[in-house]
Design a protein around this ligand. Structure first.
Ligand SMILES: CSC[C@H](NC(=O)[C@H](Cc1ccccc1)OC(=O)N1CCC(N)CC1)C(=O)N[C@@H](CC1CCCCC1)[C@@H](O)COc1ccncc1
Length: 330
């Protein structure tokens, strides 16, 4: 089997991407954020207090003839940005882009934090990290990819995220039309459950490439690129008027400033992030101060290769044994 579905930016600065999925019988359509940085599949539901719902689509298990309560099971998750959700669990038929998993664990939210309530374009998440990170107890549940894997033509899914445009997630096949040039693979360390791998180095603008192993996670659910402070300061040293603002919680600069590109290495291959991707957003609609798409990871304890980096490449998440990740130009 294979599947192919759209990755649609939810706002004009690509803060996140959502993908249409269907749950249950007859199918209920929700827009979910496919997130390689976590491993819970959870949805706004009929069990979510109406005070916490603001425009999201919900999954109603009682309207589905194929839903089954997973008795006595609960879940609770907190993300890197402090947002959180928790609830109960059903199994039901679940489809992404024509690829169906029967009896997928669908985690129904009974509580979501305010940032989820405020994000009305996001009806929940599909975790595509390793199933070891799943928070359902007493027995943890498998991700959509792990459930689909035995029926996939190839044990892969790919991310073709785009800057200010709709991209694609494919399951079970590598679409050669979506990338040009070879795919460079590098090993993934699957513990504790993120797609953890190394960059082989970086360069700023036309500067010399600095070879160094930079370990981090490729995370479709994280908006920006978070790297060690030394790299980030070297980058913003090239930007007129840039400063690391306590007030805004990161590097800001005059929107009119010229930004250099940023290049990262995967083994011997090189991927260049255009300056426009790093000129992330104005700090407020009328401001002439802009917030950077490259920020320091020092507060996170982990480097995160988020959407700002991933949208510069065609990315293959390979669930083979051992797992690996591939990057290709596009
Ligand atoms: C540096 S992990 C921060 C990261 N969350 C972000 O990237 C959010 C994404 C967002 C925000 C608002 C609306 C929509 C999307 O966006 C921002 O935080 N920002 C973008 C806007 C910018 N101005 C400020 C910074 C994060 O927790 N991701 C997790 C998934 C994410 C949770 C929030 C909803 C969307 C999906 C996940 O993959 C990684 O979980 C962990 C990472 C590390 N240890 C523990 C958990």
């Amino acid at each position: 089997d294979t599947g192919s579905a759209a990755a649609i930016p939810i706002n004009e600065v690509d803060i996140a991407y959502v993908t249409p999925v269907t749950v249950g019988t007859p199918p209920q359509t929700l827009m979910l954020d496919l997130d390689t940085g976590s491993s819970d599949l959870w949805v706004f539901s009929s069990l979510t207090p109406s005070s916490q719902i603001r425009g999201q689509e919900i999954y109603t298990p009682t309207k589905s003839s194929t839903s089954q309560l997973l008795n006595g099971h609960t879940w609770s998750i907190r993300y890197g940005d402090g947002s959180s959700s928790r609830g109960t669990v059903f199994t039901d038929n679940f489809t992404i882009g024509g690829l169906e998993v029967k009896s997928q664990a669908v985690q129904t939210a009974q509580e979501v934090s305010s940032s989820f309530t405020q994000e009305q374009s996001l009806d929940g998440l599909v975790g595509l990290g390793f199933s070891t990170l799943n928070t359902v107890r007493p027995s943890s549940q498998l991700t959509f990819f792990d459930n689909a894997r035995p029926n996939l033509d190839e044990e892969v899914f790919t991310a073709d995220l785009k800057y200010h445009a709709t991209g694609t997630y494919d399951f079970g096949f590598i679409d050669s039309k979506k990338h040009n040039g070879t795919i460079t693979y590098t090993p993934v360390q699957p513990s504790p459950g993120y797609w953890t791998h190394s960059l082989s180095g970086y360069s700023v603008g036309s500067g010399a490439f600095q070879s160094s192993q930079i370990s981090g996670i490729s995370d479709t659910g994280t908006t920006l690129l978070y790297l060690p402070t030394a790299i980030v300061t070297a980058y913003y040293r090239q930007v007129q008027g840039a400063q690391n603002s306590q007030y805004y919680g990161g590097y800001v600069f005059p929107c009119a400033s010229t930004l250099p590109t940023f290049t990262f290495g995967i083994e011997g291959a090189r991927f260049t992030i255009p300056a426009s991707y790093i000129n992330y957003t104005r700090i407020s609609p009328t401001s002439t101060t802009c917030y950077g798409g490259l920020q320091s990871s020092s507060g996170l304890g982990i480097n995160i290769f988020g959407d700002v980096a991933l949208k510069a490449a065609f990315v293959v998440f390979s669930g083979t044994n051992p797992p690996r990740i591939g990057f290709a130009p596009k």
